[in-house]
Design a binder for this molecule. Structure first.
Ligand code: GLN
Length: 549
């Protein structure tokens, strides 16, 4: 039977609960315990697929094509598991399925209420993750902060589930923040105490408290929290802000949380193995030559909008012994600037990010043109691949009237067109071509050298595609189709001949990159970028600002 770890948040949001949850998973996985994770999001959207990234950060896509919260990306990367659509539950999903059943007549005669109908549905979803995954431990993270009105049904559901599976088979972990008051030089515990009091008032007693703070937490503070919150002192764990999120599992391990959880849950745990992880963190920290990669997108003010891309670049750079600096470049700013080099001139490689709609499109085109003409290594991701295709086609067909049908329905040359099976689609939510599909790699191409295998599976999220009627014309002008669907109907990867590295993928390689296994296309981009490094630029840089976890 699966054991459960329920994680709640206190004091404020945005303290890095997702990274903490993923790191709890890593600490258990390091002991040979299999893990599944589920994020319980209180908002009413069915999924974040239709949300603006400024509202919610990036939309992460699973193998089975669910559009999910970005925390699933943290879980997949840090725990090193592939999750499914069951791992992101929202109030929107819960309510729509309960209401659909009510309309069908399933509850005939009954009054449908938050308790028990909504809470039962939540419990069923969490149990389903256990049943589907067969994992030893399911970690369930409740989104939002204790005290929010909207996450109350989730808290009630985990309280009930805890009772149902038995006290010995589940633990509650509360993640809080210890604010620092500069004037008195103190870390304050009161918000944590109040948050735990709130949690206890709804029947949840934490077994462990993870305290985020910007500095080290003295033992006296931990002991005070333990006393007032009725938690063992060893179960109050300090999580000070660190220079890399990949340090967090090691911090948890050093605190003894892994042994404590294994003991509390009666798990058969192997001695923990951390060799690869310690090696990873040591490599991240080692002084290295630097490398600059520009990411061109329209949501660059919030780098969480491109979280998986940033991580994928970092994984590749670390493995190639580079300290990568990401220059976030606004696609709109490129539309109006006179000197592209002002924004892109320092970059050793350029990535054009995925996206939807017209805003910033021509700026992305200018970035692709710059990369093509200047020979700068370039990776186009999804819309970025479509941008690369439009830009190259404008040049190859000697026409400005070349476009993606998404941006201009009446263009003379729709080199990117709506996929046939998208023509009848009316609803926007969950209707794109989503999830993992096979892609056959053309031998003798850059893609083939990067992957080293003939067939790969990659995750998708798009409605538009390369228009096959232009294949030959663009190929004869120097574009290679280096990856296709096995039936050859869909172009998945394009690249340019005679350019050091100009590659575009219709899929999103960033979702599959793992810290200990960087994705081949990102590795290839970084390798090509390193090859362009000029003398004198190879001095080690100090580590960047601490990354909040
Ligand atoms: N807007 C493009 C499409 O729907 C690209 C989508 C994306 O970049 N994820 O095909």
């Amino acid at each position: 039977m699966a054991r459960y770890v329920f994680v709640t948040g206190g004091v404020v949001s945005g303290v890095g609960k997702g990274v903490a949850v993923a790191s709890i998973g890593r600490v258990l996985a390091a002991r040979g315990i299999s893990i599944a994770a589920v994020k319980l999001d209180p908002y009413l959207n069915v999924d974040p697929g239709t949300m603006n990234p400024y509202q919610h950060g990036e939309c992460f896509v699973t193998e089975d094509g669910a559009e999910t919260d970005l925390d699933l990306g943290h879980y997949e990367r840090i725990i090193d598991v592939n999750l499914t659509r069951s791992s992101n539950v929202t109030s929107g999903q819960i309510y729509s399925s309960v209401i659909a059943r009510e309309r069908r007549g399933d509850f005939l005669g009954g009054t449908i209420q938050v308790i028990p109908h909504i809470t039962d549905e939540i419990k069923d979803r969490v149990r389903a993750v256990a049943a589907e995954s067969g994992a030893d431990v399911v970690i369930a993270e409740v989104g939002g902060t204790t005290g929010d009105i909207e996450n109350l049904p989730f808290l009630e559901a985990i309280r009930q589930l805890h009772r149902e599976v038995g006290q010995a088979n589940a633990v509650n972990i509360h993640v809080t923040l210890l604010p620092f008051l500069g004037a008195t030089g103190e870390l304050k515990t009161k918000p944590t105490q109040q948050s735990v009091r709130e949690l206890r008032s709804i029947g949840i007693q934490p077994d462990a408290i993870l305290c985020r703070s910007d500095m080290d937490v003295p033992d006296a503070i931990r002991e005070k929290i333990a006393l007032f919150c009725d938690v063992e002192p060893r179960a109050v764990v300090a999580l000070p802000t660190v220079d890399t999120i990949y340090q967090v599992p090691l911090t948890l391990e050093e605190s003894g949380l892994g042994d404590l959880l294994a003991e509390r849950l009666g798990l058969r745990a192997a001695p923990p193995r951390w060799e690869d992880w310690r090696d990873l963190v040591a490599r991240i920290r080692a002084p290295k030559k630097h490398l600059r990669i520009a990411i061109v997108g329209k949501y660059v003010e919030l780098p969480d909008s491109y979280l998986s891309i940033r991580e994928a670049v970092t994984h590749a750079a670390v493995h190639l012994d580079r300290d990568v600096r990401i220059d976030w470049v606004s696609a709109e700013a490129l539309e109006h600037c006179d000197h592209l080099a002002h924004h892109l001139g320092d970059a050793h490689g350029i990535i054009v990010a995925p996206g939807f709609g017209n805003r910033g499109f021509e700026g992305k085109i200018r970035a692709a043109r710059y990369a093509r003409e200047e020979g700068v290594p370039f990776l186009g991701l999804c819309l970025g691949m479509q941008v690369m295709t439009v830009e190259f086609a404008r040049h190859a067909l000697q026409s400005e009237d070349v476009h993606s049908r998404e941006m201009n329905a009446d263009t003379a040359h729709p080199v990117i067109d709506l996929m046939p099976d998208q023509r009848q689609v009316a609803d926007l939510g969950g209707t794109m071509r989503l999830g993992s599909y096979p892609c056959q790699i053309t031998p003798g191409t850059i893609a083939s050298a990067a992957y080293g295998v003939a067939l790969v599976y990659e995750r998708h999220r798009h409605r538009y595609e390369f228009n096959n009627t232009y294949r030959e014309r663009l190929a004869s002008a120097g574009m290679r189709i280096s990856g296709v669907s096995p039936d050859d109907r869909l172009v998945e990867i394009v690249e340019l001949r005679g350019h050091p590295f100009m590659v575009g993928s219709q899929f999103h390689p960033e979702y599959r990159s793992r810290p200990t296994r960087p994705h081949p296309l990102f590795r290839a981009l970084v390798t090509a970028a390193i090859a362009t490094l000029r003398e004198g630029e190879q001095t080690p840089l100090p580590l960047g600002d601490p990354v909040p976890v």
